[in-house]
Design a protein. Structure first.
Length: 202
């Protein structure tokens, strides 16, 4: 593997700084209304400098999607301790993903806020065209489960349920503007996954 040069690291660090600044600005003004000037003010750079790293605001949004997607998939590649059940492994995965979401809290808030707007999901799909997000999670589930633990359930469906609950609980906390660390949501997510939503009965 080729070593990353100092210049490349500096470029990556600056891009991440811009992405984080854009997310901070968007949590105040909304992504649709912020301008490159707002983002530049947040970073301390000029608008011209921003164009040296991104083609425009839409490119910054795609950068946020790409960064969060990459970090989420990276948690799937982290090794799991031996001797754990699938439920225990999923709980550890949740903790790892909530830690990542906390570190990028503003960006996650922005993405959750715009994900339902027209075209954003299409951008995300195009950006990750080489990675089937749900299938990647399904492969992780299948690789980490004993046959008896899945009990004939389709790993794709299990992955969809997992991601749906994770997104719903995180989005709910962010939309309520909760100040609590996202790591505190791990227990609630596991309760939904293991027991279902009680209002629907059994």
């Amino acid at each position: 593997m080729a070593r990353t040069s100092r210049k490349e690291r500096e470029i990556d660090n600056t891009k991440q700084e811009i992405l984080r600044a854009a997310a901070r600005a968007a949590t105040v003004h909304g992504f649709e209304t912020i301008t490159l000037r707002d983002i530049a003010k947040e970073t301390g750079y000029t608008v011209g400098t921003l164009y040296s790293y991104f083609d425009g605001k839409e490119a910054i949004l795609e950068g946020l999607i790409g960064e969060i997607t990459s970090l989420a998939l990276q948690t799937l590649r982290e090794p799991m301790p031996g001797g754990l059940t699938l439920a225990q492994k999923m709980e550890l995965l949740i903790q790892r993903q909530l830690k990542m979401a906390e570190e990028w809290r503003d960006a996650v808030f922005v993405l959750m806020g715009v994900i339902f707007q027209g075209g954003v999901m299409i951008k995300a799909i195009k950006l990750g065209a080489d990675v089937n997000f749900y299938e990647t999670y399904a492969k992780w589930i299948k690789a980490n489960a004993e046959p008896s633990e899945l009990e004939g359930q389709d790993p794709i469906e299990v992955a969809l349920v997992y991601l749906g609950v994770l997104q719903a609980v995180i989005t709910g906390a962010l939309l309520r503007k909760s100040k609590q660390p996202l790591m505190n949501l791990a227990r609630r997510i596991m309760q939904y996954l293991s027991k279902g939503i009680q209002v629907f009965g059994t």
